[in-house]
Write a protein that binds this ligand. Structure first.
Ligand SMILES: [Zn+2]
Length: 127
């Protein structure tokens, strides 16, 4: 990773922390991916450019977590959703500020950064 413009996972989460959701677009075939990965799954090129995303989408599927890893055990139950972004790709995020009983496939949501200490994670709240 020597390209300063490359969207690395580290930079991806730095941008998440700043409230921006950034995908990568393959300059060979146009595929849009999130989060960043090394090779384009469609054409196997390694030719990405940053692609800012609006952070809006709908829930494509979700899972309610009732038994959490130790680091999150104070937070259960909570939901992890696969959100289909308006730009096309789907990304996993933790659902915040939406009652679990209101969760539904197709529910509009909006990206929200979840910052805890030095860590940033992808969250989705009400649209
Ligand atoms: Zn490609």
């Amino acid at each position: 990773m020597t390209d300063p413009g490359a969207v690395t996972l580290k930079r991806f989460f730095e941008r998440v922390r700043e409230g921006e959701l950034t995908g990568i677009r393959c300059t060979k075939c146009g595929a849009l991916e999130i989060p960043p990965r090394a090779l384009c799954p469609a054409c196997h090129a390694r030719a990405w450019e940053p692609a800012p995303l609006a952070g809006e989408g709908v829930i494509a599927s979700f899972t309610v977590i009732r038994v959490a890893p130790r680091a999150h055990e104070g937070a259960v139950p909570y939901a992890i959703a696969a959100v289909r972004l308006t730009e096309g790709p789907s990304v996993l995020g933790r659902v915040v500020d939406i009652p679990l009983e209101r969760l539904a496939i197709g529910l509009p949501v909006r990206f929200r950064p979840l910052v805890r200490g030095a860590e940033a994670a992808i969250g989705f709240g009400p649209a």
